[in-house]
Design a protein around this ligand. Structure first.
Ligand SMILES: Nc1ncnc2c1ncn2[C@@H]1O[C@H](COP(=O)(O)OP(=O)(O)O)[C@@H](O)[C@H]1O
Ligand SMILES: [Mg+2]
Length: 381
């Protein structure tokens, strides 16, 4: 090969080499570009993921906030409905009690004189009979027509039972007034037992034995309590709610017992102290409500209201204090009693409220109230 040929070949090779070099450089640049884009894409992806995660958390927070707001709204609505009902009912009850109070005192006051006068008149009649054993025929006819002997015997009894009746009306009126305690829109130092007794008095009709009901035995174990600072009307409402629930649970237990045994409750009459089988076949006593009060640590009062009714499932127990939660049929339960009671005890009085219960084991509600309120940080009733 000629030298010229070699040179030409060399030049060609150098050219090819340069081209290759350039191509290499370009692909290197491309690779770097690609890596850069890749990095950018990855960063973008990461930030998108981060943003998504952030917005997920925000959404979760928002939905929790919303849930809370809904719960608050429901509680507020419950409070409004209840306070509206309560105040309307309170006004009505206090009004009726006031109106009945005057005429009843009228009757009560005069009955004492009526008893005395009739006693005197009957004695006079006896004296007449003693000194004039043979009256004229007209008087004799009248004596027979009005059955004087029976009348003399029956009139004092009749007046006595009128007396008992009026005394009872007076007690009921007193309870109603005590119960509504409308004029007391502030913390008062009161006897808690009076409130419990008023609520029992108002519920008397649901507690006493009837033709189709054995009656509910109320066992009171009142401790030595000093007067307690509280909103009496509201606390009475709590007692009423708890006692009504206990009566409801016991009534339901009786219905179940009847279904299970095919017996009627009349057969339980007079069985006080003996036991009957409930639907779960567990042995439970005749219907009992137990109310116990005591003072603890010198500055708290505890009020326990227990029943030996049906008790409740864990599911019911967990929702007990939720507004509008009820297991009772429409028209019977509002589901407000316990949520309002909780609010009165815990928020109004800085107290505590708990329930101990299991299916077939009855239920016990424990209310604890401090003896004294630090009124400064709490609203008036
Ligand atoms: N003493 C009790 N025994 C069994 N269950 C009870 C008792 N007290 C309350 N409960 C349950 O708690 C629910 C809510 O009670 P409450 O708030 O007073 O509303 P309501 O009585 O209108 O249903 C009742 O429906 C019932 O299921
Ligand atoms: Mg209730």
């Amino acid at each position: 090969m000629e030298l010229a040929d070699y040179e030409k070949r060399l030049q060609e090779l150098e050219k090819a080499n340069r081209i290759l070099q350039k191509k290499l450089e370009r692909s290197e640049a491309d690779r770097v570009d690609l890596e850069k884009t890749n990095d950018k894409n990855q960063a973008l992806l990461k930030s998108v993921i981060r943003e998504l995660e952030e917005s997920k958390t925000t959404l979760e927070e928002k939905s929790w906030d919303l849930e809370q707001a809904l719960k608050n709204l429901q509680a507020m609505q419950a409070k409004l409905v209840a306070s509206e009902k309560m105040s309307a009912l309170g006004v009505l009850v206090a009004g009726v009690a006031h109106e009945i109070n005057n005429p009843v005192n009228f009757i009560y006051g005069n009955l004492i004189h009526a008893q005395k006068y009739t006693h005197d008149l009957l004695e006079l009649v006896q004296l007449y009979q003693q000194y004039y054993p043979n009256p004229t025929s007209e008087i004799q006819e009248m004596i027979e027509a009005i059955e004087l002997d029976f009348l003399c015997e029956d009139l004092p009894k009749l007046l006595k039972s009128m007396n008992v009746g009026t005394e009872r009306i007076r007690e009921i009126v007193k309870s109603l007034r005590n119960f509504s305690r409308l004029n007391e829109a502030e913390f008062k130092v009161v006897d808690i037992h009076e409130g419990l007794d008023s609520a029992l008095m108002i519920l008397h009709n649901r507690l006493k034995p009837k033709a189709d009901h054995p009656g509910i035995e109320v066992i009171k174990e009142y401790g030595q309590l000093p007067p307690v600072e509280c909103c009496p009307g509201q606390l009475n409402q709590v007692f009423m709610n708890l006692l009504t629930n206990a009566v409801d649970a016991l009534d339901e237990g009786i219905r179940d017992w009847e279904l299970e045994t095919g017996q009627k409750v009349e057969e339980m009459q007079g069985m006080q102290g003996k036991s009957f089988s409930s639907i779960s076949n567990s042995q439970s006593q005749v219907p009992i409500i137990q109310i116990r009060t005591e003072i603890i640590q010198d500055n708290w009062v505890t009020i326990r209201i227990g029943d030996n009714g049906l008790g409740m499932s864990e599911d019911v127990h967990s929702k007990l204090f939720d507004p509008f939660f009820t297991t009772k049929p429409v028209g019977k339960g509002t589901g407000l009693g316990l949520s309002i009671s909780y609010q009165i005890v815990v928020e109004k009085h800085g107290g505590k409220m708990q329930c101990y219960s299991a299916p077939g084991q009855g239920a016990e509600f424990v209310v604890q109230i401090p003896l004294r309120q630090s009124i400064g940080d709490r609203n008036p009733c």
